[in-house]
Design a protein. Structure first.
Lengths: 315, 264
């Protein structure tokens, strides 16, 4: 299969193909960490794939009161879309339906970048003319503009606009080929923990793991994507299957990050963590998904990620 | 540090509009001394009233203030002006940036129309500090005005944006306010009279206008951000936010988007 190995686990000499996306970060705070997390979890629900959900989103980090603008516990959320306008649309919908509605929350920009995306300035219309804007310097002395929207528990405070970054990348991935479901899931879970620990990177699928990896197009007219038949164990033995006979399960992790380096670092962390415990859990091999290299400009070669550091992703 | 030293009490009101570190750094000693600062037909020049010492730095010190020194720092956009004494009216009027510090008192209309930078008056300020001059659209318009002592009446009248911090203020503080933030440890009667938007934070106040309604006490996130913003300007004012606060909404005679927070 491959002459590459890491911790005794074969690593296929291939690459993950990823795409330029529009990305932003917001900080959601609340009186308690519990309610900040409830708001963040709600907002990042149904955000696994840009194609089907309009956005990919996830929780980047839990923040201590010292790390948030208002001194309350918070959560940093990353949101990715195809382009800034689509991102804006999803951001307004998700903050409007999930953060505005959640008791006690406030919402702030979580990253600096060149593109302004209106947020509070759009949601303020919920205030029916009673909302007021307030410009105040933050702890660093930088003036920031907020909207204060009257709601039934007091006020929803939301920053007027957030920023979209240049250089966000979506679609970094690793595929774990295992023998059975429970053991392969364990490997994938450990890879997820390592991959999401990288700041500025999220894994948008359920628990960070996707079982329905896809290929572009399909036999049915109009399908933008369909099952990745080459990696379906029940289709083993057919022409086009990429799986060895002993493989019974394939699970994938998908990574989006605010920078290309973030994707690279996150993939590396996942690859190393998975192979370190893979031997115990029947991991057969690790590979990555791509479309031949013609669709996405970012190529993350597993060969480069085997080294602990100094990965230099192509693209 | 360039220095202007006042030789004697000015014979007339002086207009220091064009005196700032950036302007002086481009002039020779002779050119600087010939700058017209008089306000009558006598043609008083800078060198007539001040001993001029230039070093082309971004800091200008005026030694020896006087209540006849008008529009000090009015054209300041960068750098620092320090006045070791009093100044006249319209201190920092229309100022766009930089830092302006007056060790003494200031006359009326300090910081009117100022869009940026920080103006600090260590003593007292006259009426209409941060307020609009006649026929002007707005008073303070984005700058920060700090008055360590007492301000007169109509503090922040028709201010549009920015922050005013004052020790005490007279009647009608924040009158006709368009927006912005005004904090004072004590204010006189009718605070926020005719205000449209904006925030007043006061320790104590005189008679409240009947067109304000009390909305109770509220623990709003906004107050945390306000405390952070005020902390760097005055810990005493920021501490007002550590107490339970009563909120008044008004002025109901206008669009009523303003608020007055009162330390209970």
């Amino acid at each position: 299969m491959s002459d590459l190995t890491l911790n005794g686990i074969p690593v296929v000499d291939t690459f993950a193909e990823a795409f330029d996306v529009a990305g932003t970060a917001i900080i959601v705070t609340n009186d308690t960490a519990k309610w900040a997390m409830i708001a963040a979890t709600t907002m990042t629900g149904f955000a696994t794939s840009v194609i089907g959900c309009g956005a990919e989103a996830g929780i980047d980090a839990e923040l201590s009161p010292e790390e948030t603008p208002d001194g309350r516990p918070g959560v940093r959320i990353l949101l990715f879309g195809f382009e800034p306008n689509g991102l804006k649309d999803q951001l307004i919908k998700r903050v409007g339906q999930c953060i505005l509605t959640c008791p006690g929350t406030a919402c702030y920009a979580g990253v600096d970048g060149p593109t302004k995306v209106k947020l509070g300035g759009a949601i303020r219309y919920f205030g029916d003319g009673f909302a007021v804007a307030k410009r105040l310097p933050d702890a660093a002395g930088k003036a920031r503009r907020y909207w204060r929207i009257p709601v039934m528990d007091g006020e929803f405070l939301c920053e007027d606009s957030v920023r979209a970054v240049d250089g966000a990348v979506g679609g970094g991935n690793l595929l774990f080929l295992g023998r059975n479901h429970a053991e392969t899931l364990k490997v994938a879970e450990i890879a997820v923990e390592a991959a999401k620990a990288v700041p500025g990177a999220i894994l948008p699928f359920p628990g960070g793991i996707v079982r329905s990896g896809s290929k572009v197009g399909g036999r049915t007219k109009g399908m933008m994507a369909s099952t990745n038949d080459a990696y379906c164990p029940t289709l083993k033995g057919r022409a086009g299957s990429a799986l060895p006979a002993e493989c019974g399960v394939v699970l994938e992790i998908v990574i989006d990050a605010l920078t290309s380096q973030g994707v690279s670092d996150s993939m590396r962390a996942g690859l190393h963590a998975a192979t370190e415990i893979g031997g115990k859990h029947g991991l057969i091999a690790v590979t990555a998904g791509n479309y031949g290299g013609n669709l996405g400009r970012h190529h993350y070669h597993l060969r480069d990620l085997i080294a602990r550091d100094d990965a230099k992703p192509e693209g | 540090m360039s220095t202007l030293t006042l030789r004697a009490a000015p014979p007339e009101r002086l207009d220091l509009l064009n005196i700032n570190p950036l302007a002086l750094s481009r002039l020779s000693q002779g050119e600087a001394e010939r700058l017209e600062i008089g306000t009558t037909r006598t043609g008083v020049r800078l060198g007539d009233c001040f001993a001029v010492a230039l070093d082309r730095s971004d800091t200008l010190t005026i030694e020896g203030g006087h209540e006849r020194l008008d529009r000090v720092g009015a054209s300041l956009s960068e750098g620092t002006i320090r006045v070791a004494g009093d100044v006249g009216q319209r201190l920092g009027a229309g100022m766009a940036g930089g830092s302006l510090i007056v060790a003494g008192n200031a006359g009326p209309y300090a910081a009117t129309g100022a869009t940026g930078g920080t103006i600090t008056v260590e003593g007292d300020a006259g009426d209409h500090a941060g307020g609009a001059v006649y026929a002007a659209k707005a008073g303070l318009d984005g700058a920060t005005l700090i008055i360590r002592g007492a301000a007169g009446a109509h503090l922040g009248d028709r201010m549009r944006r920015g922050t005013i911090v004052a020790g005490r203020a007279g009647a009608f503080a924040g009158s006709r306010m368009i927006a912005g933030t005004l904090a004072a440890l004590a204010v006189g009667d009718h605070p926020g009279f005719g205000m449209r938007r904006g925030t007043l934070l006061v320790g104590t106040h005189g008679r409240m206008s009947p067109t304000f309604v009390e909305t109770g006490t509220h623990d709003l996130v906004f107050l945390r951000l306000l405390a952070t913003a005020l902390r760097s300007l005055s810990a005493e004012h920021a501490d007002l936010l550590g107490k339970p606060l009563r909120r008044y909404s008004g002025d109901l005679a206008t669009i009523a988007k303003g608020e007055i927070w009162v330390a209970a």
